[in-house]
Design a protein. Structure first.
Length: 361
């Protein structure tokens, strides 16, 4: 079922109210869901292949790739999701219901809570409705006198009256600690590593890092050392190991902070996997000594397709690299993704990144 059909079904069967357009892609779609209908709406999305990527007592966020594009469904049952980080501002049930029935007022309130100065023009165009909402005490369980008074002023006056709570700001950041995820994308050139990473950038709070056998800080110096006759120049791999370990420490830090780290390549998985003798042993040693990410993703397509994308290697060389990578990864946690089945592969990676959240749910 297409996302537009799913949204229509959510509105028809679960009383949801659409607060944004369904598109253009990549689409972030806001829906108000009556609290009693949240479980039913969530079950529908899961049955249609959407992945739970965020949740709290007021909100659930689901994502799915469709036609190679990312759709985000943001299900909100209480608009106090926007006031959690603010002091002296809480909506009442009356205010929550009022926002649920007016998409424009909802957007204004959201932009004010997050101080979206880039949305000043939109707020000013709906200022009369926003001012009436802020001045009506029935809409709030708690509101600061300064914000109440600022309602008559400009949008900048309203922004100035919104005060952040340090604990409200800190709590979600503490909740992220230790909940990151790391995945490395590997395969011969032309497999689609950069393409997949670019597609996955919006699946959450992501960072992209390179961990291959090239593009190092001192690469010019290494190039000079490579002019030493082989195999005596192999000591250069020691420098590569040091630099990649420093990058791995960076990965670990980002994972601890709750980031999803998308790693382009991984040490020991380059085209050197096809070599025999000393070079092969060095390559295997490099791969074994590095701590592994949460998931190694081997991107696969027919050698002919890979060759068409990037003609640096022959079809036979590509096929051999693919086979040797499968052997190398045999004892590690990995998945093999068919890049010719784009949506299925992207959604499989998306589900892996948020598997912990699904288990907690």
């Amino acid at each position: 079922m297409q996302t537009k059909e799913i949204v229509n079904k959510l509105m028809a069967e679960h009383g949801c109210r659409l607060h944004s357009d369904v598109g253009p892609v990549p689409a972030d779609i806001d829906l108000y869901v009556p609290p009693a209908q949240m479980e039913g709406a969530a079950a529908l999305l899961i049955s249609e292949g959407y992945v739970l990527t965020g949740r709290n007592i007021f909100q659930r966020v689901y994502r799915r790739f469709e036609g190679g594009q990312l759709f985000i469904l943001d299900l909100i049952s209480d608009f106090n999701v926007y006031t959690q980080h603010l002091s002296l501002l809480r909506l009442s049930s009356v205010g929550n219901e009022r926002l649920s029935r007016s998409p424009d007022l909802h957007r204004c309130f959201k932009y004010v809570c997050f101080r979206r100065r880039d949305k000043i023009a939109f707020i000013e165009s709906h200022h009369r409705e926003l001012a009436a909402f802020l001045k009506d005490g029935k809409n709030f369980a708690r509101i600061s006198p300064a914000l109440h008074e600022a309602a008559e002023g400009s949008a900048m006056d309203v922004f100035a009256a919104v005060k952040s709570s340090f604990l409200g700001w800190l709590q979600p950041r503490l909740a992220m600690l230790g909940n990151g995820y790391t995945m490395a994308f590997i395969g011969p050139d032309g497999s689609g590593k950069s393409f997949f990473i670019e597609k996955l950038r919006r699946i959450g709070v992501t960072r992209t890092l390179y961990m291959g056998d090239w593009f190092f800080l001192a690469q010019r110096f290494y190039n000079l050392l490579m002019k030493i006759p082989s195999p005596w120049n192999r000591f250069i791999y020691g420098f590569y190991i040091i630099e990649n370990y420093l990058r791995w420490l960076h990965v670990c830090g980002l994972r601890f902070l709750g980031r999803i780290v998308l790693i382009d390549r991984f040490p020991g998985t380059s085209r050197n996997v096809v070599h025999d003798g000393l070079l092969n042993r060095i390559n295997q040693f490099i791969f074994r000594i590095f701590p592994k990410p949460d998931l190694l993703v081997l991107l696969h397509a027919s050698p002919e397709i890979v060759h068409q994308r990037k003609q640096e290697l022959s079809v036979e060389s590509i096929a051999r690299i693919q086979q040797q990578l499968r052997v190398l990864l045999a004892d590690t946690r990995h998945v093999v993704l068919d890049t010719e089945r784009l949506d299925e592969s992207l959604n499989r990676v998306l589900a892996a990144a948020y598997a912990r959240l699904e288990e907690q749910a």
